[in-house]
Write a protein that binds this ligand. Structure first.
Ligand SMILES: *[C@@H]1O[C@H](CO)[C@@H](O)[C@H](O)[C@H]1NC(C)=O
Ligand SMILES: *[C@@H]1O[C@H](CO)[C@@H](O)[C@H](O)[C@H]1NC(C)=O
Length: 192
């Protein structure tokens, strides 16, 4: 074999895995496009009124309950109004409903299982277009730290959010009193 042919073979054998990798990347990208997930980023607010819409149902051991902390093992039932802005009088979008359990000894981490229910089939005055005409739910599930917000998983949805995937982050906006405001950042991926 001539030297030229050897060099050619060597280059080809080196290039093949590279080309394969490139092809795999292109295929993965195409597949992602084919699956056609549509991203929707929604920012809404919910209003947690302690002892009114957020009620202590069970406590492991009696202890002080503050605006943000409760004794380990406390269970709360939640049914909060969800609105367009941090103003509780702003347009109503639906409700955040579920249970939360204090899951850390410092009392500020909660294990939460919430259904975020939107109903804007008849949008109230002041509802932006991207939040209008929605009817469906998003289930969110996981640990919520009231001090340090972290994203947790969306575990499904119904109606406008059927087969939803993605993350949800609960961000405290005003937790100084017993009328608390949280922002809910939803990063939703839906089939096209
Ligand atoms: C909420 O209820 C607890 C007892 O369940 C009570 O100690 C606390 O003062 C109440 N807070 C408000 C703001 O009503
Ligand atoms: C949404 O609201 C409309 C009225 O505004 C009502 O007819 C409909 O049943 C509601 N849907 C859900 C899922 O609650």
């Amino acid at each position: 074999m001539s030297q030229t042919v050897l060099v050619f073979l060597l280059l080809t054998s080196l290039a093949a895995p590279l080309l394969e990798a490139q092809h795999a990347a292109a295929t993965a990208k195409t597949r992602h496009m084919l699956h056609g997930m549509r991203r929707q980023q929604l920012h809404v607010y919910f209003h947690d009124r302690l002892n009114v819409t957020d009620v202590l149902m069970a406590e492991h051991a009696p202890g002080p309950i503050t605006q943000t902390a409760a004794p380990y093992g406390s269970i709360f039932c939640v049914n909060d109004h969800m609105t367009v802005t941090a103003d509780p009088e702003s347009a109503l979008l639906g409700h955040v409903t579920g249970l939360s359990t204090t899951a850390s000894f410092d009392g500020v981490t909660y294990f939460c299982t919430f259904t975020v229910a939107f109903n804007t089939t008849k949008p109230q005055h002041g509802t932006p277009a991207h939040l209008s005409g929605l009817e469906g739910t998003i289930n969110i599930f996981g640990l919520v730290n009231v001090i340090t917000p972290k994203p947790h998983a969306i575990s499904g949805g119904t109606g406008s959010f059927l087969m939803a995937q993605g993350t949800a982050t609960i961000v405290p906006i005003d937790v100084r009193t017993f009328k608390q405001v949280y922002r809910l950042d939803l990063d939703v991926y839906l089939p096209a």
